[in-house]
Design a protein around this ligand. Structure first.
Ligand code: 3PG
Length: 394
């Protein structure tokens, strides 16, 4: 678990000296949900970025905003910020110049500038440190000071990490809020981690570290099936990750007493909403051939709820099933309720899918809801957080 040393407020954006004469490079998290055209469907992350952007827009000489959207291979309209730009401008109530940086950005006069999706540049996430650093040097020319407000974008890239080696660096309000809330988990007693959802590989890696520090790790959703398959259980046509089977076996061997896996499932003949309407619960942990699991079953729900009720700290990331479909929302609802209604625990939830489930199912009572899914798990699971460390150890 990350141990915060010192007071983050010393690195707050409002500690930048002589701000009115400074041009700022701001890394924000604008990784919102968009439709096929790139139209913003859920603006939560824009809302959360506004406070820092507004402060800099009002007080700095200039602010250039960098951010990513999705995981593009190359330019696409869907992952361009054309609509994010409009929404951000409306919410800020000020004009923002939208640019593709190839178009001589260094001469821009505008007060607030938004660069298009930074991941359109391959250099941003290059595996070659020199390539990344050279790109970071280009980005650093947009200002004299760097501010990172993208807690959720925790992976080391040119615009979240390398640039902080070049410019004096600070943290935005959202970044600090997240770290301060998550730090309350430090030295957590009786931690029960509840994991689910579809970003399997990322969670399987963090799972090992989480299992070390948790009393129990409750696992539902798609990621459970890689573990069940590794255990030798028949999973029918349920989703799993072949290349993670050996890691899954290792985790099963090492943490057998800590893992709480599904003991029955809601299954459908096919993975679609129409088929989900005729779903039924299995007798045991085996998923019959030619069927697919879409939610945890009733015995599993009981087992998970009971495990959660004894916890003093609860970490929740990822739904238990396909909560977007009416028939398969029950497992996530019951587990979400058991977490939110445990009145003696510190309750932390995070990640896009969990937030969507919390909103859709009307769950309340969490101590903190983090917008970062992978970032939240990394913060709790490991003792390093490179994009934070590079700022506070400069
Ligand atoms: C997220 O949505 O989890 C963050 O913005 C990070 O995105 P990434 O997983 O594509 O790096």
């Amino acid at each position: 678990m990350y141990q915060l040393s010192g007071d983050l407020q010393n690195f707050s954006v409002d500690k930048i000296a002589d701000l009115k004469n400074k041009r700022i490079v701001l890394r924000a998290c604008l990784n919102v949900t968009v439709d096929k055209e790139g139209k913003v469907i859920d603006a939560t992350r824009i809302d959360e970025s506004i406070k820092t952007i507004k402060y800099l827009a009002e007080n700095a000489k200039q602010v250039t905003i960098l951010a990513h959207l999705g995981r593009p291979e190359s330019y696409s309209k869907e992952l361009s910020f054309w609509n994010v730009h409009q929404v951000l401008q409306e919410k800020l109530g000020q004009e923002i110049e939208f640019v593709l940086f190839q178009n001589s950005p260094k001469n821009l006069e505008a007060k607030i500038i938004l660069g298009d999706n930074i991941r359109f540049f391959k250099e941003e996430e290059s595996k070659d440190p020199d390539t990344r650093m050279n790109f970071a040097k280009d980005l650093a020319q947009f200002g004299e000071v760097f501010v990172n407000d993208a807690f959720a974008d925790y992976r080391e890239s040119a615009s979240t990490y390398d640039i902080a080696k070049i410019l004096p660096s600070y943290l935005g309000y959202k970044f600090i809020e997240e770290v301060e809330a998550l730090s309350k988990f430090s030295n957590a007693a009786n931690l029960v981690s509840v994991l689910g959802g579809a970003k399997l590989s990322e969670k399987l890696d963090a799972l090992k570290a989480l299992a070390e520090i948790s009393e129990k790790v409750v696992i539902g959703g798609a990621m459970a099936y890689t573990l069940l398959k590794a255990k030798g259980v028949n999973i029918g046509n349920s989703l799993y990750e072949e290349d993670k089977l050996s890691l899954a076996k290792e985790i099963l061997n090492n943490y057998e007493n800590k893992l709480v896996l599904p003991v029955d499932h809601l299954i459908a003949s096919e993975f679609n909403e129409v088929a989900s309407k005729s779903a039924h619960v299995t007798l045991d942990e085996q998923v019959p051939d030619n069927t697919v699991a879409i939610d945890i079953g009733s015995k599993t729900t009981e087992l998970f709820v009971q495990t959660i009720s004894g916890a003093k700290n609860i970490l929740w990331n990822g739904p238990m099933g396909v909560f977007e479909w009416e028939t398969s929302a029950a497992g996530t609802l019951a587990v979400g309720k058991a977490i939110s209604q445990n009145s003696s625990a510190y309750k932390l939830a995070g990640g896009g899918d969990s937030i969507a489930a919390i909103n859709k199912l009307g769950l309340t009572g969490f101590n903190h809801i983090s917008t970062g899914g992978g970032a939240m798990l990394a913060f709790i699971a490991y003792n390093e957080f490179p994009t934070l460390d590079i700022v506070i150890n400069q």
